[in-house]
Write a protein that binds this ligand. Structure first.
Ligand code: ACO
Length: 326
């Protein structure tokens, strides 16, 4: 509570256009969470955010660092921890209305004005601010953001070393090929001495996967593939518990335990409405079905077994269509 009160002051000072009462209301609203950066027992910066797990994104509501601590890397440090936290929660999109003067900071944190989330995913959910710019950031779950800076530094060193190595190797002169004189008509490229040292690699096969990753540019193809997956899931023998929303009359306490319900019928409706513009949204909803089931039911139940069985089948199906890569 003391930290939140401290942050209330940081936000009020750093975001003078925001009414203090408004900051207080959101900061202490249970639907909002706040990440605080504490230095010498005093909160010097923070990010107040609101997750929308069903929509697969989080809204960054307030972000600020005390005036005397700015441009020392604390803003980046906070954002990296926020990203780590969200990857663990399987929320991979951030949205924020950035102040004019903060656009540069958000750009450096991987945000862009180029919205990759369809409007119907966020409209009506996030708060709209006059004069601010809506920005989007997609998280990559393979990146450990808290180690990002040191990893990039290390990667730079490795690349520099590799280039130097290759330059040295490329200077080597190999004896010419004589096999053609002896009647050989062709040889595999990789057998040419020295070719690999120059950095040559066999051309990667053009796979279906590479086409499908262009999800946003070709939503129709993605929808077609997701429809195939969804239909085969619906027809699977273990899918019967997940066909439609859980009936409150049949299971009265279900919605006390499960805050973000999901089922195959709802997914079919979402697919039809064009909601799944990115396969991650589809994966997030499907995974939620299984997670909810395992939260509500004990491991010895048939429901639990169905969730495990269907999840395996789902992943296999997605892999078959090249939709499962991270
Ligand atoms: N404009 C452009 N670039 C910036 C800004 C800015 N306002 N602030 C920081 N940067 C750059 C830094 O130069 C640094 O660049 P580098 O990687 O080249 O070194 C990079 O962004 C990261 O800087 P940090 O030191 O990590 O950021 P800092 O600790 O200063 O925190 C923050 C940034 C939160 C924007 C802070 O400056 C602040 O509190 N500003 C006032 C409040 C504000 O504008 N908040 C955002 C409002 S929008 C919203 O809350 C949704």
């Amino acid at each position: 509570m003391m930290w939140l009160i401290g942050l209330q002051n940081v936000f009020a000072h750093q975001l003078p256009r925001m009414p203090r009462e408004y900051i207080t209301r959101l900061l202490f609203d249970p639907k909002h969470k706040t990440l605080a950066l504490i230095k010498d027992k005093i909160p010097i910066g923070g990010i107040c955010f609101r997750p929308f797990p069903t929509q697969g994104f989080t809204e960054i509501v307030f972000c600020a660092v005390s005036a005397n601590e700015q441009v020392k890397g604390y803003g980046t440090h906070l954002m990296n921890h926020l990203k780590e936290y969200h990857i663990k929660q399987n929320i991979l999109h951030f949205l924020t209305f950035a102040d004019e003067f903060a656009i540069g900071y958000f750009k450096k944190q991987g945000f862009s004005k180029d919205m990759k989330l369809p409007r119907n995913v966020h409209q009506g959910f996030i708060k709209d601010y006059d004069g601010a710019t809506l920005m989007h950031c997609q998280l990559n779950p393979r990146i450990v953001y808290t180690e990002f800076t040191s990893v990039v530094r290390k990667a730079k060193e490795i690349i520099k070393y590799t280039v130097e190595e290759q330059q040295y190797q490329a200077e080597k002169i190999h004896p010419g090929l004589t096999c053609f004189r002896e009647g050989v008509r062709s040889i595999p490229v990789e057998s040419i001495p020295g070719i690999r040292e120059t950095g040559w690699k066999p051309a990667a096969r053009a796979t279906r996967v590479s086409k499908l990753t262009e999800e946003c540019s070709d939503p129709d193809t993605l929808t077609k593939y997701l429809k195939i997956v969804l239909n085969s899931i619906k027809n699977h023998s273990a899918s019967w518990p997940f066909q439609k929303p859980v009936d409150k009359d049949e299971v009265p306490d279900y919605y006390d335990h499960i805050k973000y319900p999901m089922d195959l019928k709802t997914m079919a409706e979402r697919l039809k409405s064009g909601y799944y513009a990115a396969r991650r949204l589809f994966i997030a909803d499907m995974t939620r079905i299984f997670t909810n089931c395992r939260i509500y039911n004990s491991p010895d139940t048939e429901y639990y077994a169905c969730a495990n069985q269907l999840e395996k089948y789902f992943q296999t199906k997605m892999k078959e269509l090249g939709l499962w890569h991270k």
